[in-house]
Design a protein around this ligand. Structure first.
Ligand code: SF4
Length: 330
């Protein structure tokens, strides 16, 4: 899966770097000073790199936690996101990461303990309030779990910090670590979905909708609290019926009482990112949809966006109580 490993010299003897690197005994190893030397240069071919990304092991020095946009959340007043990795095993055509980074190589930050320290410190400043920490913004939270051991490390951190809630956002079926761990009440495993027809067309390498539901059922049986994320909502011909079918399937399959929250969000990308992604895949049907630019963002035309959002909202509220529903209006 990875045939080239770049390793920052300063962490080359870090136990986690050694452990991750031992999973790729045949990979070419290249030492570097800072990951940005490899990751940031312009004129890299994202599309080509995505076929065989290298893995870069690095140390993060600052910005371990970032505040989420104000309209983003699932019920808490204080919300942060954090990224132990940059880039993703999967290849969703609508993914903003393609427009955000010059490189498709994976970066894994190995100094988990520094993230832990910030999480504990932030949680201690609001001891009597729930604080939500979202993982899976710059990567998928579980897709690389067998390599990084991310959940294995962070689950105990949150178990011992009850006012800190962790959302693991994923499209992965890598749930072994979770099944081997007693469920944690303040941890939500949030699975993202688009309808099967859209997933098949746009979410390359992502496990099928059916396989993801199977993982969710297994997790619910083990006592884990789950979330459903329909974000971004994607428009294509027939999508209204496809979303209906997806919701029906989800709520016939899952125990609604064990669902923490359901959220949805519109498709939108900053204009500059959109242009970059569009240039990568100019023939992609996704970009032939009725889109418009407004306030520096590209999204579906307002009337269409409202129609799709209202339709999905109405459908979802037939299955779940309003207090579990969190539309995201970024
Ligand atoms: S799973 Fe999420 S992070 Fe990964 S490519 Fe798809 S949209 Fe991007």
């Amino acid at each position: 899966m990875v045939d080239t490993l770049y390793i920052e010299e300063s962490i080359s003897e870090h136990p986690r770097a050694l452990e991750i690197s031992s999973r790729f005994p045949r990979a070419r190893r290249i030492l570097c000073e800072r990951y940005s030397e490899v990751f940031n240069p312009k004129a890299q071919n994202f599309r080509l790199q995505k076929k065989r990304p290298a893995l870069i092991l690095a140390k993060k020095f600052k910005n371990f936690l970032l505040a989420t946009p104000p309209s983003y959340g699932i019920g808490a007043q204080h919300n942060y996101y954090f990224s132990h990795m940059l880039n993703c095993l999967y290849d969703c055509r609508y993914c903003f990461l393609q427009g955000m980074y010059q490189s498709a190589n994976y970066v894994a930050f190995v100094n988990f303990e520094d993230f832990e320290q910030e999480i504990r410190q932030t949680a201690s400043t609001h001891l009597h309030q729930e604080i939500h920490f979202f993982s899976g913004y710059d990567c998928d939270s579980l897709a690389m779990e067998p390599i990084t051991g991310f959940a294995r490390f962070f689950l105990p951190v949150f178990r011992s910090t009850p006012n800190a809630w962790l959302e693991l956002r994923t499209k992965s079926t890598q749930i072994k670590t979770l099944l081997e761990t007693d469920p944690i009440p303040n941890c939500i495993i949030a699975f993202s979905f688009t309808p099967e027809e859209i997933s098949n067309a746009l979410e390359h390498r992502v496990p099928s909708v059916e396989k993801r539901f199977e993982s969710m059922v297994q997790l619910q049986k083990s006592g884990w609290t789950l979330g459903l994320r329909f974000d971004p909502l994607i428009y294509q011909q027939g999508c209204f019926a496809q979303y209906s079918k997806l919701f029906e399937n989800a709520f016939n399959t899952l125990d609604i009482n064990q669902l923490h929250s359901v959220s949805l969000g519109s498709f939108r990308l900053p204009e500059k990112m959109f242009r970059k992604v569009h240039n990568l895949y100019p023939k992609e049907k996704l970009f032939a949809a009725p889109l418009e630019a407004a306030n520096g963002m590209i999204s579906y035309k307002a009337a269409l966006e409202t129609e799709l959002t209202e339709y999905c909202t109405e459908q979802l509220l037939q299955y779940i109580p309003e207090e579990k529903f969190f539309p995201c209006s970024i």
